[in-house]
Write a protein that binds this ligand. Structure first.
Ligand code: GDP
Length: 453
Protein backbone atom coordinates (compact mmCIF):
# COMPACT_ATOMS: atom_id res chain seq x y z
CA UNK A 1 0.00 0.00 0.00
CA UNK A 2 1.03 3.55 -0.67
CA UNK A 3 2.96 5.12 2.19
CA UNK A 4 1.08 7.94 3.90
CA UNK A 5 2.08 10.66 6.34
CA UNK A 6 0.33 13.22 8.55
CA UNK A 7 0.79 15.22 11.70
CA UNK A 8 -1.01 13.16 14.35
CA UNK A 9 -0.98 15.79 17.09
CA UNK A 10 -3.33 18.84 17.19
CA UNK A 11 -2.75 21.77 14.88
CA UNK A 12 -1.51 23.95 17.75
CA UNK A 13 1.73 24.79 19.53
CA UNK A 14 2.69 22.27 22.22
CA UNK A 15 5.61 20.46 23.78
CA UNK A 16 5.86 17.76 21.12
CA UNK A 17 4.37 17.12 17.69
CA UNK A 18 4.27 13.67 16.10
CA UNK A 19 4.51 13.10 12.36
CA UNK A 20 3.33 9.59 11.58
CA UNK A 21 4.40 7.73 8.43
CA UNK A 22 2.82 4.37 7.58
CA UNK A 23 3.13 1.97 4.66
CA UNK A 24 5.57 -0.36 2.91
CA UNK A 25 8.23 2.32 2.51
CA UNK A 26 7.67 4.14 5.83
CA UNK A 27 11.10 3.21 7.15
CA UNK A 28 12.88 4.23 3.91
CA UNK A 29 11.04 7.58 3.89
CA UNK A 30 12.20 8.07 7.49
CA UNK A 31 15.72 7.07 6.52
CA UNK A 32 15.81 9.75 3.81
CA UNK A 33 14.85 12.57 6.17
CA UNK A 34 16.18 11.44 9.56
CA UNK A 35 19.86 11.21 10.46
CA UNK A 36 20.44 9.33 13.73
CA UNK A 37 23.11 10.53 16.14
CA UNK A 38 26.06 8.10 16.40
CA UNK A 39 26.30 5.34 13.84
CA UNK A 40 22.81 3.85 14.05
CA UNK A 41 21.11 2.96 10.74
CA UNK A 42 17.39 3.63 10.39
CA UNK A 43 16.82 0.67 8.06
CA UNK A 44 18.33 -1.67 10.65
CA UNK A 45 16.23 -0.42 13.55
CA UNK A 46 14.04 -3.23 14.92
CA UNK A 47 10.36 -2.57 15.78
CA UNK A 48 9.57 -0.75 19.04
CA UNK A 49 12.92 1.04 19.11
CA UNK A 50 13.78 4.73 19.06
CA UNK A 51 16.68 6.81 17.87
CA UNK A 52 17.68 10.37 18.63
CA UNK A 53 18.81 12.50 15.68
CA UNK A 54 17.96 15.32 13.31
CA UNK A 55 15.32 15.72 10.62
CA UNK A 56 16.51 17.31 7.42
CA UNK A 57 14.97 18.75 4.30
CA UNK A 58 17.85 18.27 1.84
CA UNK A 59 20.83 19.88 3.55
CA UNK A 60 18.74 22.01 5.87
CA UNK A 61 18.47 20.72 9.46
CA UNK A 62 14.87 21.27 10.57
CA UNK A 63 14.85 20.03 14.15
CA UNK A 64 16.28 17.47 16.52
CA UNK A 65 13.82 14.67 17.00
CA UNK A 66 13.13 11.15 18.21
CA UNK A 67 12.30 8.52 15.62
CA UNK A 68 10.28 5.48 16.72
CA UNK A 69 10.05 2.50 14.40
CA UNK A 70 7.25 -0.08 14.38
CA UNK A 71 7.56 -3.13 12.17
CA UNK A 72 4.59 -4.76 10.45
CA UNK A 73 2.37 -6.30 11.75
CA UNK A 74 3.16 -4.96 15.21
CA UNK A 75 1.94 -1.39 14.75
CA UNK A 76 -1.37 0.45 15.03
CA UNK A 77 -1.99 0.22 11.28
CA UNK A 78 -0.46 -3.22 10.93
CA UNK A 79 2.06 -1.73 8.44
CA UNK A 80 5.64 -0.55 8.88
CA UNK A 81 5.34 2.76 10.70
CA UNK A 82 7.79 5.52 11.59
CA UNK A 83 6.85 8.22 14.06
CA UNK A 84 8.93 11.35 14.29
CA UNK A 85 8.50 13.32 17.51
CA UNK A 86 9.75 16.85 16.93
CA UNK A 87 9.30 20.08 18.86
CA UNK A 88 5.63 20.97 18.97
CA UNK A 89 5.59 24.10 16.85
CA UNK A 90 3.01 24.42 14.10
CA UNK A 91 5.62 25.53 11.54
CA UNK A 92 8.35 23.07 12.42
CA UNK A 93 5.97 20.09 12.43
CA UNK A 94 4.61 21.15 9.02
CA UNK A 95 8.15 21.31 7.67
CA UNK A 96 8.87 17.78 8.97
CA UNK A 97 5.67 16.57 7.29
CA UNK A 98 6.64 18.34 4.05
CA UNK A 99 10.03 16.65 4.13
CA UNK A 100 8.30 13.26 4.43
CA UNK A 101 5.95 14.14 1.55
CA UNK A 102 8.89 15.23 -0.64
CA UNK A 103 10.62 11.93 0.06
CA UNK A 104 8.01 9.43 -1.00
CA UNK A 105 4.99 9.68 1.32
CA UNK A 106 1.51 10.83 0.26
CA UNK A 107 -0.69 12.96 2.52
CA UNK A 108 -3.00 10.81 4.68
CA UNK A 109 -6.75 11.31 4.35
CA UNK A 110 -8.86 11.84 7.49
CA UNK A 111 -8.87 8.66 9.58
CA UNK A 112 -6.68 6.84 7.08
CA UNK A 113 -4.34 5.31 9.68
CA UNK A 114 -7.32 3.82 11.53
CA UNK A 115 -8.92 2.78 8.24
CA UNK A 116 -5.76 0.84 7.40
CA UNK A 117 -5.79 -0.74 10.86
CA UNK A 118 -9.35 -1.89 10.07
CA UNK A 119 -8.45 -3.09 6.55
CA UNK A 120 -5.44 -4.97 7.94
CA UNK A 121 -7.65 -6.75 10.48
CA UNK A 122 -6.17 -4.99 13.54
CA UNK A 123 -9.59 -3.61 14.50
CA UNK A 124 -13.18 -4.36 13.61
CA UNK A 125 -15.42 -1.47 12.61
CA UNK A 126 -16.85 -0.98 16.13
CA UNK A 127 -13.32 -0.77 17.56
CA UNK A 128 -12.35 1.75 14.88
CA UNK A 129 -15.35 3.85 15.90
CA UNK A 130 -14.22 3.53 19.52
CA UNK A 131 -10.91 5.20 18.61
CA UNK A 132 -12.86 8.32 17.65
CA UNK A 133 -15.05 8.05 20.76
CA UNK A 134 -11.90 7.91 22.91
CA UNK A 135 -10.60 11.07 21.29
CA UNK A 136 -13.86 12.94 21.75
CA UNK A 137 -14.59 11.67 25.30
CA UNK A 138 -15.25 14.53 27.71
CA UNK A 139 -16.00 12.61 30.90
CA UNK A 140 -14.94 9.57 32.91
CA UNK A 141 -17.99 7.56 31.87
CA UNK A 142 -17.58 8.44 28.19
CA UNK A 143 -13.96 7.37 28.32
CA UNK A 144 -14.86 4.10 30.05
CA UNK A 145 -17.60 3.42 27.49
CA UNK A 146 -15.16 4.07 24.63
CA UNK A 147 -12.55 1.82 26.28
CA UNK A 148 -15.03 -1.03 26.60
CA UNK A 149 -15.97 -0.62 22.92
CA UNK A 150 -12.30 -0.53 21.93
CA UNK A 151 -11.63 -3.70 23.89
CA UNK A 152 -14.24 -5.30 21.63
CA UNK A 153 -17.17 -5.76 24.06
CA UNK A 154 -19.83 -5.02 21.41
CA UNK A 155 -17.85 -6.86 18.74
CA UNK A 156 -17.63 -10.05 20.81
CA UNK A 157 -21.33 -10.02 21.66
CA UNK A 158 -22.31 -9.46 18.03
CA UNK A 159 -19.91 -12.14 16.85
CA UNK A 160 -21.36 -14.61 19.29
CA UNK A 161 -24.88 -13.83 17.99
CA UNK A 162 -23.66 -14.02 14.43
CA UNK A 163 -22.06 -17.44 15.08
CA UNK A 164 -25.31 -18.77 16.54
CA UNK A 165 -27.28 -17.54 13.52
CA UNK A 166 -24.75 -19.12 11.17
CA UNK A 167 -25.11 -22.48 12.91
CA UNK A 168 -28.88 -22.17 12.64
CA UNK A 169 -28.58 -21.32 8.93
CA UNK A 170 -26.24 -24.26 8.37
CA UNK A 171 -28.67 -26.61 10.10
CA UNK A 172 -31.58 -25.28 8.04
CA UNK A 173 -29.63 -25.52 4.80
CA UNK A 174 -28.50 -29.08 5.46
CA UNK A 175 -32.00 -30.15 6.30
CA UNK A 176 -33.75 -28.46 3.36
CA UNK A 177 -31.04 -29.16 0.76
CA UNK A 178 -30.62 -32.86 1.57
CA UNK A 179 -34.08 -34.04 2.58
CA UNK A 180 -33.15 -37.66 1.85
CA UNK A 181 -30.12 -37.70 4.15
CA UNK A 182 -30.44 -38.71 7.75
CA UNK A 183 -30.10 -35.18 9.15
CA UNK A 184 -32.05 -34.40 12.31
CA UNK A 185 -34.93 -31.98 11.70
CA UNK A 186 -34.42 -28.50 13.09
CA UNK A 187 -37.32 -28.59 15.52
CA UNK A 188 -39.68 -25.65 15.76
CA UNK A 189 -39.13 -25.41 19.52
CA UNK A 190 -35.35 -25.43 19.24
CA UNK A 191 -35.41 -22.88 16.48
CA UNK A 192 -37.78 -20.58 18.38
CA UNK A 193 -35.62 -20.82 21.51
CA UNK A 194 -32.42 -20.09 19.62
CA UNK A 195 -33.80 -17.15 17.63
CA UNK A 196 -35.36 -15.71 20.80
CA UNK A 197 -32.06 -16.00 22.68
CA UNK A 198 -30.13 -14.22 19.93
CA UNK A 199 -32.79 -11.52 19.64
CA UNK A 200 -32.71 -10.87 23.41
CA UNK A 201 -28.95 -10.74 23.43
CA UNK A 202 -29.05 -8.15 20.64
CA UNK A 203 -31.82 -6.19 22.35
CA UNK A 204 -29.68 -5.85 25.47
CA UNK A 205 -27.10 -4.04 23.31
CA UNK A 206 -29.54 -1.21 22.69
CA UNK A 207 -31.26 -1.11 26.11
CA UNK A 208 -28.98 1.66 27.39
CA UNK A 209 -28.45 3.28 24.00
CA UNK A 210 -30.39 6.45 24.76
CA UNK A 211 -28.43 7.14 27.96
CA UNK A 212 -25.18 6.46 26.13
CA UNK A 213 -26.18 8.84 23.38
CA UNK A 214 -27.02 11.58 25.88
CA UNK A 215 -23.65 10.97 27.48
CA UNK A 216 -21.81 11.32 24.17
CA UNK A 217 -23.74 14.09 22.51
CA UNK A 218 -24.78 16.09 25.56
CA UNK A 219 -28.36 16.69 26.61
CA UNK A 220 -30.42 19.48 25.02
CA UNK A 221 -31.65 21.14 28.20
CA UNK A 222 -34.13 23.99 28.54
CA UNK A 223 -34.37 26.12 31.67
CA UNK A 224 -37.92 27.41 31.67
CA UNK A 225 -40.20 29.27 34.04
CA UNK A 226 -42.14 32.49 34.29
CA UNK A 227 -40.19 35.78 34.54
CA UNK A 228 -38.17 36.59 37.65
CA UNK A 229 -38.12 33.12 39.18
CA UNK A 230 -34.31 33.02 38.87
CA UNK A 231 -33.74 31.15 35.59
CA UNK A 232 -30.83 33.34 34.50
CA UNK A 233 -29.30 33.26 37.98
CA UNK A 234 -29.44 29.45 37.88
CA UNK A 235 -28.09 29.39 34.33
CA UNK A 236 -25.17 31.58 35.40
CA UNK A 237 -24.55 29.52 38.55
CA UNK A 238 -24.38 26.37 36.41
CA UNK A 239 -22.24 27.87 33.67
CA UNK A 240 -20.00 29.66 36.13
CA UNK A 241 -20.11 32.99 34.31
CA UNK A 242 -22.36 36.01 33.88
CA UNK A 243 -23.69 35.05 30.44
CA UNK A 244 -27.38 35.71 31.07
CA UNK A 245 -28.51 39.15 32.14
CA UNK A 246 -29.87 39.02 35.69
CA UNK A 247 -32.20 41.82 36.78
CA UNK A 248 -35.33 42.07 38.83
CA UNK A 249 -37.11 43.51 35.79
CA UNK A 250 -39.43 40.84 34.40
CA UNK A 251 -38.78 39.84 30.79
CA UNK A 252 -35.05 40.60 30.63
CA UNK A 253 -34.00 37.42 28.78
CA UNK A 254 -35.73 37.89 25.45
CA UNK A 255 -33.93 35.41 23.27
CA UNK A 256 -32.41 32.02 24.03
CA UNK A 257 -28.95 32.06 25.62
CA UNK A 258 -26.95 28.85 25.27
CA UNK A 259 -24.02 27.34 27.13
CA UNK A 260 -22.49 23.91 27.56
CA UNK A 261 -22.02 22.84 31.17
CA UNK A 262 -21.17 19.61 32.95
CA UNK A 263 -23.61 18.51 35.64
CA UNK A 264 -24.32 15.11 37.15
CA UNK A 265 -21.66 13.41 35.02
CA UNK A 266 -23.27 14.58 31.79
CA UNK A 267 -22.77 17.49 29.45
CA UNK A 268 -25.85 19.70 29.29
CA UNK A 269 -26.39 21.90 26.26
CA UNK A 270 -28.18 24.45 28.35
CA UNK A 271 -30.61 27.08 27.04
CA UNK A 272 -31.84 29.91 29.23
CA UNK A 273 -35.14 31.09 27.82
CA UNK A 274 -37.44 34.06 28.10
CA UNK A 275 -39.93 33.82 30.96
CA UNK A 276 -43.10 32.15 29.73
CA UNK A 277 -46.22 34.07 30.74
CA UNK A 278 -49.08 36.05 29.20
CA UNK A 279 -47.86 39.43 27.88
CA UNK A 280 -48.84 42.13 25.34
CA UNK A 281 -45.21 43.15 24.70
CA UNK A 282 -44.56 42.21 21.04
CA UNK A 283 -40.79 41.69 21.50
CA UNK A 284 -41.33 39.60 24.60
CA UNK A 285 -43.93 37.54 22.76
CA UNK A 286 -41.31 36.63 20.14
CA UNK A 287 -38.93 35.57 22.94
CA UNK A 288 -41.70 33.48 24.50
CA UNK A 289 -42.26 31.85 21.09
CA UNK A 290 -38.57 30.85 21.03
CA UNK A 291 -38.82 29.64 24.62
CA UNK A 292 -41.77 27.39 23.76
CA UNK A 293 -39.91 25.97 20.77
CA UNK A 294 -36.83 25.28 22.92
CA UNK A 295 -39.11 23.64 25.49
CA UNK A 296 -40.73 21.40 22.89
CA UNK A 297 -37.35 20.27 21.49
CA UNK A 298 -35.63 19.73 24.85
CA UNK A 299 -34.38 16.33 25.99
CA UNK A 300 -34.37 17.56 29.60
CA UNK A 301 -36.45 20.34 31.09
CA UNK A 302 -35.45 22.21 34.23
CA UNK A 303 -38.58 24.10 35.23
CA UNK A 304 -37.86 26.86 37.73
CA UNK A 305 -40.39 28.19 40.24
CA UNK A 306 -40.05 31.02 42.72
CA UNK A 307 -40.24 29.28 46.10
CA UNK A 308 -40.73 32.58 47.93
CA UNK A 309 -44.14 33.18 46.28
CA UNK A 310 -47.29 31.08 46.05
CA UNK A 311 -47.91 29.10 42.88
CA UNK A 312 -49.70 31.10 40.16
CA UNK A 313 -51.83 30.29 37.11
CA UNK A 314 -48.77 30.92 34.86
CA UNK A 315 -46.80 28.32 36.87
CA UNK A 316 -49.53 25.73 36.45
CA UNK A 317 -49.88 26.57 32.76
CA UNK A 318 -46.15 25.90 32.39
CA UNK A 319 -46.32 22.58 34.29
CA UNK A 320 -49.07 21.45 31.93
CA UNK A 321 -47.18 22.48 28.82
CA UNK A 322 -44.12 20.28 29.47
CA UNK A 323 -44.29 17.14 27.35
CA UNK A 324 -40.68 16.01 27.81
CA UNK A 325 -40.45 12.99 30.12
CA UNK A 326 -37.08 14.02 31.57
CA UNK A 327 -38.13 16.91 33.75
CA UNK A 328 -36.96 18.39 37.02
CA UNK A 329 -38.77 21.03 39.07
CA UNK A 330 -36.47 23.53 40.75
CA UNK A 331 -38.01 25.44 43.65
CA UNK A 332 -35.65 28.40 43.75
CA UNK A 333 -34.97 31.06 46.40
CA UNK A 334 -35.08 28.63 49.30
CA UNK A 335 -32.88 31.11 51.18
CA UNK A 336 -36.28 32.75 51.86
CA UNK A 337 -39.43 31.32 53.45
CA UNK A 338 -40.99 28.79 51.10
CA UNK A 339 -44.53 29.76 50.05
CA UNK A 340 -44.80 27.50 47.00
CA UNK A 341 -47.19 24.54 47.33
CA UNK A 342 -45.10 21.42 46.74
CA UNK A 343 -48.20 19.23 46.43
CA UNK A 344 -49.12 20.90 43.13
CA UNK A 345 -45.63 20.19 41.81
CA UNK A 346 -45.91 16.54 42.82
CA UNK A 347 -48.75 16.14 40.32
CA UNK A 348 -46.40 16.99 37.46
CA UNK A 349 -42.89 16.12 38.65
CA UNK A 350 -41.23 13.13 40.26
CA UNK A 351 -38.02 15.03 40.80
CA UNK A 352 -38.29 18.24 42.81
CA UNK A 353 -35.18 20.10 43.96
CA UNK A 354 -35.09 22.98 46.45
CA UNK A 355 -32.16 25.33 45.98
CA UNK A 356 -30.95 28.88 46.02
CA UNK A 357 -29.45 29.87 42.68
CA UNK A 358 -28.25 33.16 44.16
CA UNK A 359 -26.35 31.50 47.03
CA UNK A 360 -25.47 28.49 44.85
CA UNK A 361 -26.70 26.08 47.51
CA UNK A 362 -28.46 22.85 46.54
CA UNK A 363 -26.77 22.65 43.11
CA UNK A 364 -25.45 19.21 44.18
CA UNK A 365 -29.08 18.05 44.56
CA UNK A 366 -29.83 19.29 41.05
CA UNK A 367 -26.73 17.47 39.83
CA UNK A 368 -27.96 14.18 41.35
CA UNK A 369 -31.42 14.74 39.84
CA UNK A 370 -29.87 15.27 36.38
CA UNK A 371 -27.91 11.99 36.62
CA UNK A 372 -31.06 10.20 37.63
CA UNK A 373 -33.21 11.78 34.92
CA UNK A 374 -30.67 10.87 32.22
CA UNK A 375 -29.94 7.45 33.78
CA UNK A 376 -26.29 8.28 33.72
CA UNK A 377 -24.68 5.58 35.80
CA UNK A 378 -22.09 2.85 35.62
CA UNK A 379 -24.63 0.57 33.86
CA UNK A 380 -23.82 2.30 30.59
CA UNK A 381 -20.27 1.06 30.96
CA UNK A 382 -20.99 -2.28 32.64
CA UNK A 383 -23.55 -3.43 30.10
CA UNK A 384 -22.10 -3.26 26.64
CA UNK A 385 -24.07 -0.89 24.49
CA UNK A 386 -24.21 0.12 20.83
CA UNK A 387 -22.10 3.24 20.54
CA UNK A 388 -23.70 5.13 17.68
CA UNK A 389 -26.62 5.38 15.30
CA UNK A 390 -24.95 3.12 12.72
CA UNK A 391 -24.47 0.29 15.19
CA UNK A 392 -27.97 0.76 16.61
CA UNK A 393 -29.59 0.71 13.14
CA UNK A 394 -27.80 -2.56 12.29
CA UNK A 395 -28.97 -4.12 15.56
CA UNK A 396 -32.54 -2.82 15.13
CA UNK A 397 -32.74 -4.26 11.61
CA UNK A 398 -31.33 -7.60 12.75
CA UNK A 399 -33.84 -7.72 15.62
CA UNK A 400 -36.68 -6.87 13.21
CA UNK A 401 -35.71 -9.71 10.87
CA UNK A 402 -35.46 -12.12 13.80
CA UNK A 403 -38.93 -11.06 15.04
CA UNK A 404 -40.29 -11.78 11.56
CA UNK A 405 -38.46 -15.11 11.53
CA UNK A 406 -40.05 -15.99 14.89
CA UNK A 407 -43.50 -15.17 13.55
CA UNK A 408 -42.79 -17.21 10.45
CA UNK A 409 -41.70 -20.24 12.51
CA UNK A 410 -44.75 -19.95 14.76
CA UNK A 411 -47.15 -19.75 11.86
CA UNK A 412 -45.53 -22.75 10.20
CA UNK A 413 -44.35 -20.86 7.09
CA UNK A 414 -41.91 -22.67 4.78
CA UNK A 415 -38.44 -22.97 6.24
CA UNK A 416 -37.06 -21.31 3.12
CA UNK A 417 -38.64 -18.05 4.20
CA UNK A 418 -37.29 -18.43 7.74
CA UNK A 419 -33.89 -19.05 6.24
CA UNK A 420 -34.05 -15.78 4.27
CA UNK A 421 -35.03 -13.77 7.36
CA UNK A 422 -32.28 -15.23 9.54
CA UNK A 423 -29.82 -14.58 6.74
CA UNK A 424 -30.98 -10.95 6.61
CA UNK A 425 -30.27 -10.60 10.34
CA UNK A 426 -26.87 -12.24 9.86
CA UNK A 427 -25.96 -9.79 7.07
CA UNK A 428 -26.79 -6.84 9.34
CA UNK A 429 -24.52 -8.20 12.07
CA UNK A 430 -21.67 -8.65 9.59
CA UNK A 431 -22.25 -5.05 8.46
CA UNK A 432 -22.06 -3.90 12.07
CA UNK A 433 -18.66 -5.48 12.68
CA UNK A 434 -17.45 -4.50 9.23
CA UNK A 435 -16.86 -8.11 8.17
CA UNK A 436 -19.16 -7.60 5.19
CA UNK A 437 -19.76 -3.99 4.46
CA UNK A 438 -19.97 -1.66 1.48
CA UNK A 439 -17.31 0.96 0.82
CA UNK A 440 -19.95 3.64 1.31
CA UNK A 441 -20.48 2.54 4.92
CA UNK A 442 -16.74 2.43 5.59
CA UNK A 443 -16.35 5.89 4.03
CA UNK A 444 -19.13 7.18 6.25
CA UNK A 445 -17.51 5.78 9.40
CA UNK A 446 -14.12 7.30 8.65
CA UNK A 447 -15.52 10.64 7.52
CA UNK A 448 -15.94 11.45 11.25
CA UNK A 449 -12.20 11.15 11.80
CA UNK A 450 -9.58 13.84 11.77
CA UNK A 451 -6.39 13.81 9.69
CA UNK A 452 -3.57 12.05 11.50
CA UNK A 453 -5.73 9.48 13.29
P1 GDP B 1 -35.33 35.15 35.45
O1 GDP B 1 -36.17 36.26 34.93
O2 GDP B 1 -36.16 33.96 35.79
O3 GDP B 1 -34.18 34.80 34.58
O4 GDP B 1 -34.78 35.63 36.88
P2 GDP B 1 -33.35 36.26 37.24
O5 GDP B 1 -32.32 35.21 37.29
O6 GDP B 1 -33.12 37.46 36.39
O7 GDP B 1 -33.64 36.68 38.76
C1 GDP B 1 -34.71 37.54 39.11
C2 GDP B 1 -34.44 38.12 40.50
O8 GDP B 1 -34.48 37.08 41.46
C3 GDP B 1 -33.07 38.80 40.62
O9 GDP B 1 -33.19 39.94 41.41
C4 GDP B 1 -32.24 37.74 41.30
O10 GDP B 1 -31.18 38.30 42.07
C5 GDP B 1 -33.27 37.08 42.21
N1 GDP B 1 -32.89 35.73 42.57
C6 GDP B 1 -32.51 34.75 41.73
N2 GDP B 1 -32.23 33.61 42.43
C7 GDP B 1 -32.43 33.88 43.71
C8 GDP B 1 -32.30 33.13 44.92
O11 GDP B 1 -31.91 31.95 44.95
N3 GDP B 1 -32.63 33.75 46.09
C9 GDP B 1 -33.07 35.04 46.12
N4 GDP B 1 -33.36 35.55 47.32
N5 GDP B 1 -33.17 35.79 45.01
C10 GDP B 1 -32.87 35.23 43.81
Amino acid sequence: METIAAISTPNAAGGIAVVRISGDSAVSVAQRIFRPAGNKRVDEMPGYTCAYGTVRDGDEVLDDCILTVFRSPHSFTGEDTAEISCHGGIYVSRRVLEAALKNGAAPAAPGEFTRRAYLNGKLDLTQAEAVMDTISARSELELKAAASLREGAVFRRVQECSGRLLRLLAGLAAWTDYPDEDIPEVGQENMTAEITAVRDSLLSLTANYESGRLLREGVRTAIVGKPNVGKSTLFNALSGCERSIVTDIAGTTRDVVEETVRLGGVVLRLSDTAGIHGTDDRVEQIGIGFAKKTLSEAELVIAVFDGSCPCTADDIELMKSISCSRRIAVVNKNDRDIQFDEDILKQYFIQIVFLSAKDETGIDLLSAAVSQACRINEDIVRTCTAANERQKCCIDSAVKSLEEALNAVRSGIMLDAVNVLIDEAEQKLLELTGERVTNAVVDEVFSRFCVGK
